[in-house]
Design a protein around this ligand. Structure first.
Ligand SMILES: C[S@@+](CC[C@H](N)C(=O)[O-])C[C@H]1O[C@@H](n2cnc3c(N)ncnc32)[C@H](O)[C@@H]1O
Length: 337
């Protein structure tokens, strides 16, 4: 009698790539990857504190007292459109903005607008961001799909808003993930896009060596006696594969909070590394659970977040404090060895 796995194609090593490669069924992510828990030198800690105090004071004078503020992590509970417009008339500027706005699809944190209203709303806050971005800074925007009445069901949001701000679009990155909703009458969606915008076409921060991919197929290949590949690895390309933050028994990510649309830390970490330097400012005007904030602080940047829903602000603060405890613990462990 044949065993069940021999009969079922999906449970058969001949047909199933995951089984052939002996892949783990589920690998839970940590509260934060080790790369965000690394210690800083005393000198860098002092510089972060003094930069944070300077930024915080200038924000207090322009947009008032933050809901929460701690060495390098500043969170306001409020409407980002109003806060951004007030910042625009100050001398505050950001090096990097990384964000994902509501997609106008009726999620629990948004009230859907008419399509043209949504596009105008996006154009307005993106333009504010442009005006408060430093000359060599950048703007990374993550968006998915929405329905356009009688025109399309899964219309990519970039088609509607890509040129609705003064930013220069450098490129689009495809973020591919493994799990998601399963559909019956169309293909199951497994990607979203990141639009990578810059302000100055000829000069912008781009730390490629910080994000090189060491998974090189032929690392020892040589040309004229020299290794062909960069010793840090290859350019990670414009297709990125990172799992989404998952929920559910035996498959829930450890970094999961109660926020319904959380970025995986690894994605924001890559963006913060490539498009900013230590001590620079990272802004997320739709901060949610503050994934961008954890990545920014873990990499020695100063984070500024805006979030309109008080409950999300509270969960983001708890998450940040948990991250700090985890970082202290990881650093104590490192000292033991
Ligand atoms: C797609 S989620 C962002 C999730 C975030 N990237 C994370 O990792 O948790 C969008 C967030 O924007 C917030 N939001 C919606 N409208 C806003 C507004 N006008 N000002 C500030 N936040 C807003 C929502 O409450 C929601 O938390």
């Amino acid at each position: 009698m044949q065993t069940e796995s021999k009969e079922r194609k999906i449970a058969n090593k001949y047909h199933n790539r995951y089984l052939t490669e002996d892949m783990e069924e589920h690998e839970a992510t940590k509260i934060a990857p080790m790369s965000l828990l690394q210690p800083f030198s005393n000198d860098l800690i002092q510089q972060i504190i003094s930069k944070y105090k300077e930024v915080e004071l200038s924000l207090r004078n322009t947009i008032g007292t933050p809901l929460y503020s701690d060495s390098g992590f500043i969170l306001y509970c409020g409407n980002s459109c109003e806060l951004l417009s007030r910042l625009e008339s100050s001398n505050f500027s950001t090096n990097l903005t990384v964000t994902s706005p509501p997609y106008n699809i009726g999620k629990e944190y948004e009230t859907p607008k008419a399509l043209n209203e949504y596009v105008n709303w996006c154009s307005s806050w993106m333009t504010h961001i442009y005006h408060i971005t430093k000359a060599h800074g950048s703007f990374w925007l993550n968006v998915g799909y929405l329905e356009v009445n009688d025109k399309g069901l899964c219309v990519p949001i970039p088609y509607l808003i890509w040129d609705k701000s003064p930013f220069y679009l450098l490129q689009e990155i495809v973020w591919k993930y493994g799990a998601g909703v399963t559909t019956k009458y169309r293909l199951s969606p497994r990607n979203e896009k990141w639009l990578f915008y810059i302000k100055n076409q000829s000069r912008y921060t781009f730390n490629l060596d910080e994000i090189r991919d060491p998974n090189v197929k032929y690392p020892n290949q040589k040309k004229n006696g020299k290794y062909r590949c960069n010793p840090f690895g290859k350019n990670p390309s414009d297709v990125w594969e990172f799992s989404k933050v998952t929920t559910g028994a035996n498959r829930s990510s450890k970094e999961r909070t109660d926020h319904p649309a959380q970025f995986p830390l690894q994605v924001v970490e890559r963006i913060v590394r490539v498009s900013s330097n230590k001590l620079e400012i990272v802004l997320d005007p739709f901060a949610g659970s503050c994934s961008a904030g954890i990545a920014a602080v873990g990499l020695g940047r100063i984070f500024l977040g805006f979030e309109i829903i008080p409950e999300y602000c509270e969960l983001a603060i708890k998450r940040y404090e948990r991250f700090k405890r985890e970082r202290d613990y990881a650093q104590k462990q490192l000292k033991l060895f």
